[in-house]
Design a protein around this ligand. Structure first.
Ligand SMILES: Cc1cc2nc3c(=O)[nH]c(=O)nc-3n(C[C@H](O)[C@H](O)[C@H](O)COP(=O)(O)OP(=O)(O)OC[C@H]3O[C@@H](n4cnc5c(N)ncnc54)[C@H](O)[C@@H]3O)c2cc1C
Length: 490
C-alpha cells in the first residue's frame, strides 16, 4: 500500500518528546504532518512516557520561570539558584569529560528555556520539582539544587498526554502500531519510509522525514556489540521498542554515525521487584536515587565508588555501569534510621519495593547474604573515618567526607542507629548515547560529509551531546530543542 505523495509534507518517525516537538514545530508552520508510532496507544510515548519529566533549562532564578510554571503556594519561600548557559555548558563538559559536541551544546544551553516556553504556550504544562530537586530547610523554606529545577506536570505520563492533545489540536495525524523498517530514496533524496502494520507492509511518502525513534537500549544483541560484554543483562527501564531499527534504516541509506556508540545512560534500579522492566505503572519509581546520603556495598560487603562525589544529578547516570561490573551485577544501598526519612518518598516508598530491614548490621548482612564480618568492618571503618567537624547539609556540597578507600567526598553520615536498611540495586539502562551525525538543525549528514536532502533527526537518535555520563534532565531538553529545530525546517 502507498499513500499519495502530496497527502503529507512531513513524516515524523517516533512519538516521544522529540518526535512530538518536531511535529508541533512543523504543524505550526502549516505543514501537514504524519507521525508514525510503533506502539499502540497503551504502549506509546517511548522513553519520554517513563520519565519524571525533569527538564534542564537555562534560567535566571525564580522570577525568570514563574510565568511558565504552575502556581504553587510554596514559591513565596523558595530559592531557585540561577542556572546560566555557561554553567549548563560547563556541566555537560564536566560529565562527558569534554566529549560533548560544542555546536550542539551551544544550541542546547541557549535555547532550552525558549523551547520550554514555546511548548508551554502550546499547552504542555510545567512546574517546579519540589519533591526531587529541593530540600526543605529548618525554617520551612525550600532551596533548589543541582541545576535541574523544572519538570512536567504529572511527569512523563503528563508530558505525553499534553503532547498528544497539542498534536490533535494542531491537526497532526498520529498513527499507532506502525513500525518503520526502512527509508525510501529517489534521486539522492529521502522521500518516505517503509513500515509494517497489522495490515502488512506500507510505503508512506512526504517531502521530508524526521527520525525520532530513540536509541538501541532495548536491543540486547546491539548492547553487547556496542557497549560490551555484560550489557545484554541490563534491565530496560523504558520502552521495549527502541531497538535501533530506525538507526539501521538510516545507516542503510548512507547516514553517518554520530556521538559515542560505546556508552549509555544507566542507573541504579530495583534488583528484586519482580516487574522491574519497562513497567508503565511504576515507571521511574523503580530507580534508587538517594544513594548520596548513604553507602553502597557489593555482595562482598565492600564499597566500590564515591557515593558523594557530586550532586546526584551529575553521578547517577554513570553509576549503573559500575553496578553492572560488580560480582553478580548487584549492589546494596545501605542507610540507617537517621537517614531513612530523607530518602525520596516516591522511590523508597514504592509498592513492592525490594528492601531488607534489620536491627543490627549482622542481621542485615545475613538477610542480603553478605559476609557479616566484612559488612560490619566496612561500616565501622566508614563511620570512624568521617570528618565530623563539618555539618551534614544535603542542600550544598558540604565537604563532610569519609576518608576511606574509596573516599566519600560529601554527605558522610555515620550508619549507627538501627533499624538499618539495604536496598538491592542492579543496572537499569536508560538510553544509548550513539546516534546519527547531523547539523544543529538536525539535517542528517552522510558518510561523505554531505547533508542528506529530506532527512532530519532529533532526540536520542541525534548523536553527539552525551558520552560516558550525562547531566540529569538534559534528554528531554535536547529532545524539545532539536525536535523544534528539525520541525522548523522540515
Ligand atoms: C525511566 C526513565 C526515566 C527518565 N527520566 C528522565 C527525566 O526525568 N528527564 C530527562 O530529561 N530524561 C529522562 N529520561 C531520558 C528520556 O526519556 C529521553 O532522553 C527522552 O525521552 C528521549 O526522547 P525521544 O523522543 O528521543 O525518545 P523516546 O521518547 O524513546 O521516543 C522514541 C519513540 O520512537 C518509537 N519507535 C521506535 N522504533 C520505532 C519504529 N521502528 N517505528 C516507529 N516508531 C518507533 C518508540 O516506540 C518511541 O515512542 C528517562 C528515561 C527513562 C527510561
Amino acid at each position: 500500500m502507498q499513500n499519495t505523495s502530496d497527502e503529507y509534507d512531513v513524516i515524523v518517525v517516533g512519538g516521544g518528546n522529540a518526535g512530538f516537538s518536531a511535529a508541533h514545530a512543523a504543524a505550526t508552520r502549516g505543514r501537514r504532518v504524519l507521525l508514525l508510532e510503533k506502539g499502540l496507544p497503551d504502549m506509546a510515548g517511548g522513553n519520554s512516557f517513563y520519565t519524571a519529566g525533569a527538564t534542564r533549562i537555562n534560567h535566571n532564578g525564580l522570577d525568570d520561570v514563574r510565568d511558565f510554571v504552575e502556581p504553587d503556594e510554596r514559591q513565596a519561600r523558595t530559592v531557585v539558584p540561577p542556572y546560566s548557559p555557561e554553567e549548563y555548558a560547563a556541566d555537560l563538559a564536566k560529565v562527558t569529560q569534554g566529549r560533548n559536541d560544542p555546536a550542539l551544546t551551544d544550541v542546547l544551553v541557549h535555547e532550552s528555556q525558549a523551547a520550554v516556553r514555546w511548548l508551554q504556550s502550546l499547552g504542555v504544562r510545567y512546574r517546579l520539582m519540589y519533591e526531587r530537586q529541593a530540600y526543605e530547610r529548618a525554617d520551612g523554606s525550600y532551596l533548589f539544587w543541582g541545576g535541574l529545577h523544572v519538570g512536567n506536570v504529572d511527569g512523563g505520563e503528563g508530558l505525553i498526554r499534553d503532547h498528544t492533545a497539542v498534536a490533535e489540536r494542531l491537526g497532526t495525524t498520529v498513527r499507532y502500531g506502525v513500525s518503520v523498517t526502512g527509508l525510501v530514496t529517489e534521486g539522492g533524496r529521502v522521500v518516505g519510509v517503509t513500515a509494517e502494520t497489522a495490515d502488512g507492509t506500507e510505503e508512506l511518502r512526504a517531502e521530508s522525514v524526521v527520525l525520532a525513534a530513540g536509541g538501541f537500549e532495548s536491543n540486547p544483541e546491539w548492547r553487547k556489540q556496542y557497549l560490551g560484554d555484560g550489557w545484554e543483562n541490563a534491565i530496560v527501564r523504558g520502552t521495549p521498542y527502541n531497538t535501533g531499527a530506525v538507526l539501521q534504516a538510516a545507516l542503510d541509506v548512507g547516514a553517518a554515525r554520530g556521538g559515542d556508540w560505546g556508552s549509555a545512560h544507566s542507573v541504579q534500579w530495583d534488583a528484586e521487584c519482580e516487574e522491574n522492566e519497562s513497567n508503565r505503572v511504576l515507571t521511574n519509581r523503580l530507580t534508587r536515587q538517594s544513594y548520596p546520603l548513604g553507602i553502597i556495598v557489593n555482595n562482598e560487603g565492600r564499597r566500590f565508588l564515591d557515593e558523594g562525589a557530586d550532586f546526584r544529578n551529575y553521578t547517577y547516570a554513570k553509576y549503573g555501569k559500575v553496578i553492572l561490573q560488580q560480582p553478580g551485577s548487584i549492589a546494596y544501598q545501605i542507610f540507617d534510621a537517621t537517614l531513612r526519612p530523607m530518602l525520596r518518598t516516591e522511590e523508597y516508598d514504592m509498592p513492592g519495593i525490594g528492601v531488607h530491614v534489620a536491627d543490627s548490621i549482622e542481621e542485615l548482612a545475613a538477610s542480603i547474604h553478605v559476609d557479616p564480618v566484612r559488612l560490619a568492618t566496612t561500616i565501622t571503618e566508614f563511620n570512624d573515618s568521617i570528618d565530623r567537624s563539618l555539618p551534614f547539609d544535603p542542600t550544598v556540597k558540604d565537604g563532610r567526607a569519609a576518608h576511606v578507600d574509596p573516599p566519600k567526598s560529601n554527605w558522610a553520615s555515620p550508619l549507627e542507629t538501627g533499624p538499618f536498611y539495604a536496598y538491592p540495586v542492579t543496572c537499569g539502562i536508560t538510553f544509548t548515547f550513539g546516534g546519527l551525525k547531523a547539523t544543529t538543525d538536525g539535517q542528517v549528514i552522510d558518510t561523505n560529509g554531505d547533508i542528506m536532502p529530506g532527512l532530519l533527526v532529533c532526540g536520542e537518535m541525534l548523536g553527539g551531546l552525551f558520552s560516558g555520563n550525562y547531566p540529569g534532565g538534559s534528554g528531554l531538553a535536547a529532545g524539545m530543542v532539536f525536535g523544534r529545530r528539525a520541525g522548523q525546517i522540515a
